[in-house]
Ligand binder design. Structure first.
Ligand code: RRO
Length: 283
């Protein structure tokens, strides 16, 4: 599946995504109210990956539901709706609203650069717990928590997220680029999230550690650019992977490349995908 936010900002992009070999599509994070997002530049390439600070541009949950409902029948794969709530009551209302359309809800607890959203919510353990509980109460299908890549904080809170059904590991790392001629940060928001190559080993290590600490399924995300990167996530313990930044570079054909590479590897290694999951822990 795609990572939230990449080629999934609109319903028409989601429809295009599902033409690729995806198991599911994940929407851009949707907030209670409409958000315009930040001014450009919002996305830049740097030498170790990408930096973004889009600022959660989205039409708000009611409008997004309307758009999605209009073409519900055109979707052949499950839709995972990513929500970015600030507080429990709104979180529950959003989750309930999508219950006839979403196969799962992914709660964004980790956007690294937005006020009162994402990481700021995550840093308040009680608020996070209450949001997850409210989403679970309002939605009778699986609820995923998308976590930040910060090991100590994640391990500190993981037990209190017992209400959710799976973890998505991980969102981008708070980061920055400075233009040395202009002598100021390049992104309009100054801070952004680092994704791509540099994120992969960091997310991978967290997936590996979480696999030993939780029985819940883990979805690995961060810098998957090749089937080998995906195999690493499975070996670390992920049951599925999401693909983000590379979609910007290669487009949706990357999914076919990943599936074919993975199938060939499994055949050569005479192993099933189920057997591969977590295998790096036995050695
Ligand atoms: O929209 C964004 O700027 C954004 C989000 Br919601 C997120 O979760 N992670 C990220 O790097 N950017």
């Amino acid at each position: 599946m795609n990572a939230s936010g990449v080629l999934s900002q609109t319903v028409s992009l989601l429809k295009r995504l599902q033409e690729a070999e995806v198991g599911a599509v994940v929407t851009k994070s949707i907030t209670y109210e409409e958000r315009k997002g930040y001014e450009n530049p919002t996305f830049i390439k740097i030498n170790c990956g990408y930096l973004n600070a889009m600022g959660l541009p989205n039409p708000g949950f009611r409008e997004f539901l309307k758009e999605l409902s209009l073409c519900r029948d055109e979707f052949k794969v499950p839709i995972i709706v990513s929500i970015a709530p600030s507080e429990p009551k709104q979180a529950r209302e959003m989750a309930t609203t999508f219950k006839n359309i979403a196969s799962a809800i992914e709660i964004n607890l980790s956007c690294p650069h937005s006020e009162k959203l994402g990481l700021e919510v995550f840093n308040d353990a009680k608020l996070t717990e209450s949001i997850v509980k409210n989403v679970k109460d309002g939605f009778d299908k699986p609820v995923f928590c998308k976590l930040p890549p910060y090991r100590n904080e994640v391990l500190g809170i993981i037990d209190s997220l017992d209400n959710c059904d799976a973890f998505v590991v991980s969102n981008t790392i708070r980061a920055m680029k400075i233009d040395i001629k202009a002598k100021k940060p390049v992104l309009s928001n100054k801070f952004g999230g680092l994704s791509g190559k540099a994120l992969h080993p960091i997310s991978l290590a967290l997936v590996f550690e979480l696999y030993e600490k939780t029985k819940k399924p883990i979805i690995g995300v961060g810098g998957v650019e090749s089937w080998e990167d995906a195999v690493e996530f499975f070996l670390a313990g992920a049951s599925a992977v999401q693909v983000g930044s590379v979609l910007e570079k290669k487009g949706i054909t990357i999914f076919k490349e990943l599936v074919e590479g993975l199938e060939k590897y499994l055949k050569e290694e005479r192993i099933s995908l189920e057997e591969l999951i977590g295998l790096a822990h036995d050695s």
